[in-house]
Write a protein that binds this ligand. Structure first.
Ligand SMILES: Cc1cc2nc3c(=O)[nH]c(=O)nc-3n(C[C@H](O)[C@H](O)[C@H](O)COP(=O)(O)O)c2cc1C
Length: 476
């Protein structure tokens, strides 16, 4: 096949020293705990599990995939040592001028090496771990693409929505309100029709990444994935639904979600680091076809206490997206945006600006907290001056300690867009939240008289570095 697939990426990360192979770990608690322990460290490997007790040798699980910047770089075709901060620029450019390469339909591919239908379908043959001790079941879909088609326009959408495996031919899907998959499901059900659905749980990480990004309504994620991969994604039509599936995917299944067909779902330890969403009723997927490659690989992107699997790629993406949206809203002189890792890409945003007029910093903070990329599940927005590197938390906290007046510079916003996964949302039925916007810039009225910073100036530093570089730590 022409397309890069998951196996090509695994080879690349192994060559870069970014993969650990583990054999014999069982799925009930060992795989999840091993992944969790690796995930807590920054310089950690992806982990490929084989010989899972009770499953055929060769049926593998790959997790902890995008928790390192080098592995994200490899997936995006960037130089392996591209720094995390540079990814913000990468995503900014990608969103401004997103290359769009539509998928190509092909007649077959490795995904069809094993196909079962009807009563022969058995998703339980895939070794699916209980990712965390208190999970209510086995989540086959974490690093997944859930594919649906808009019944009116024919628009194909895919997103990452968690998928629990319940039985040989039953899974469930959890789409939050407002997500495109949720809107499409509702359209079918309002007409009293079942919604065709396909789930892919092993694919090249660049194709997966798009599933977790807020691609605009009406835009086909496959076009964006082609842009990221630099080549058209080859797809086959699902035998029962006709939905497009990557021809070289590892594992996929398809079927229908019938109106009113809800089953017990959850809980799953989530990206905020809590079980805040609890268990509930979610739509069942009645599976008609299961497809997989020989020796399939289940891909996992495990939500947990941040940094977790989506922290680094989605954090840098979000910083770029908020930056672009601030500019689009007319906020001038934005010098940087950072989404702190501990906030799981959403809950903490720092914006750095060169203050141009009174009220500029407050404007930047309030818009960052409410623009499309920043609004969902945010808790903190901190605005700092342009001498502060927003990615350097020490400097940010220093600005909060020394340039912030609690009486003037703190805005509390109520009733904002959040999710039941937010442990501080009002309630499961009313998942709005409250948040703060902190203006940690020098007060506009005192900008000329504010105490001088006791740090070597940029100009002097450059001069000293030019002469004394061998006696100094690397710059930056
Ligand atoms: C690993 C991972 C798991 C996710 N799980 C869910 C989920 O269970 N439900 C949900 O609504 N969104 C989930 N999301 C967020 C959505 O995938 C994300 O908001 C995406 O933009 C949704 O696609 P859409 O914009 O086409 O609706 C998850 C994201 C990632 C990266």
């Amino acid at each position: 096949m022409a397309n890069k697939d998951l196996r090509a990426w695994i080879e690349e990360i192994e060559a870069a020293g970014e993969l650990r192979n583990v054999t014999g770990a069982e799925r009930e608690e060992e795989i999840g705990a091993i992944v969790d322990i690796h995930m807590r460290k920054m310089a950690n490997p992806a982990v490929l599990f084989d010989q899972v007790p009770g499953y055929p040798k060769g049926y593998r699980v790959l997790a902890n995939i995008l928790t390192s910047v080098p592995r994200i770089n490899i997936a995006l075709g960037l130089a392996v040592d591209t720094p995390e901060i540079a990814l913000v620029e990468y995503w900014r450019d990608y969103m401004k001028d997103a290359p769009s390469i539509p998928p190509t339909t092909v007649n077959g591919g490795p995904l069809l090496e094993n196909v079962s239908t009807g009563d022969d379908v058995d998703i339980l043959k895939i070794p699916t771990p209980r990712w965390h001790e208190h999970d209510g079941g086995y989540y086959i879909g974490t690093a997944c693409m859930v594919i649906m088609k808009d019944p009116d326009s024919g628009w194909i959408n895919y997103g990452a929505y968690r998928i629990q495996a319940h039985d040989r031919n039953v899974a469930s899907v959890m789409t939050s309100k407002g997500k495109h998959g949720n809107l499409i499901l509702d359209k079918y059900h309002q007409r009293g029709e079942p919604c065709p659905i396909a789930v892919v749980v092993g694919m090249h990480p660049a194709v997966f990444m798009v599933a977790g990004l807020e691609i605009p309504y009406g835009k086909n994620e496959y076009d964006c994935a082609g842009g990221l991969l630099g080549e058209s994604v080859e797809v086959i039509e699902g035998p029962a639904t006709g939905l497009p599936l990557p021809a070289n995917a590892e594992i996929a299944f398809e079927g229908w979600v019938h109106p009113g067909d809800l089953i017990d779902e959850g809980p799953l330890g989530e990206w905020t680091g809590y079980y805040a969403g609890g268990a509930g009723k979610e739509p069942a997927i009645r599976i008609e076809t299961l497809m997989h490659r020989n020796d399939p690989i289940l891909l996992g992107a495990i939500p947990a206490v941040p940094p977790n699997d989506d922290t680094f790629y989605r954090g840098t993406y979000r910083a770029g997206a908020v930056w672009n949206q601030l500019e689009a809203a007319g906020v001038p002189e934005v010098k940087g945006v950072w989404s702190h890792e501990a906030g799981g890409s959403r809950m903490w945003l720092t914006v750095s600006i060169k203050q141009m007029y009174g009220g500029h910093s407050k404007q930047a903070g309030l818009i960052a907290s409410q623009c499309h990329a920043g609004a969902y599940a945010n808790r903190w927005v901190v605005v700092v001056d342009d001498d502060i590197n927003p990615a350097n938390m020490n400097d940010v906290v220093w600005a909060m300690c020394t340039r912030f007046d609690p009486l003037e510079d703190l805005e509390t916003l109520r009733g904002c867009w959040s999710t039941r996964l937010d442990p501080m949302a009002y309630s499961a039925d009313d998942p709005r939240n409250a948040r703060v916007v902190i203006d940690a810039c020098k007060p506009w009225s005192r900008r000329e008289t504010f105490p001088i910073v006791a740090r070597t100036s940029k100009e002097l530093e450059e001069k000293i570095r030019a002469k004394w570089s061998k006696d100094l730590p690397p710059g930056g």
